[in-house]
Design a protein around this ligand. Sequence first.
Ligand code: ADP
Ligand code: MG
Length: 143
Amino acid sequence: MATTTSLETSSPEETEAAGEELGRRLQKGDLVLLRGELGAGKTTFVRGVARGIGSAAPVASPTFQLVRIYPGRLQLAHVDLYRLEDGDELRDLGLDELVDAGAVVVEWGDRIDKRAGVDAALISIEHLGGDRRLIRTDRDLRR
Ligand code: ADP
Ligand code: MG
């Protein structure tokens, strides 16, 4: 989809609600890449996504694991590439298998090499100062 949509939020709850809205629309095979600096609100957004797929699991940054799995009406894999060391680690992650098994949302998703030809939705979260954040969907889910 060519259109870029943007939404300004002024609390973590509003960012979670935006994530929840996306989570309700996710289908098996969907890949969502999130970009935004540390503290932008990526994990907060994913907390909403998990709720949107109907998962009651607590969502935290998968700091020491590259991926966490949340069961819901479909499986959600929550990937965080912040500590990604090299391309080998990305290959070992088995992104294709995770996408086959459910929906996947990736923090620091901009670290995935676009030349790999991944077909993904792109969402950026930008710090606007204080509690204000700009959430931009640069590319939506293909439907
Ligand atoms: P990231 O995963 O991008 O590093 P986190 O979601 O872990 O960011 O942290 C975002 C921090 O900013 C949290 O402490 C959250 O409470 C705070 N915050 C304040 N306002 C907002 C907002 N509008 N949206 C998201 N997070 C916000
Ligand atoms: Mg995070």
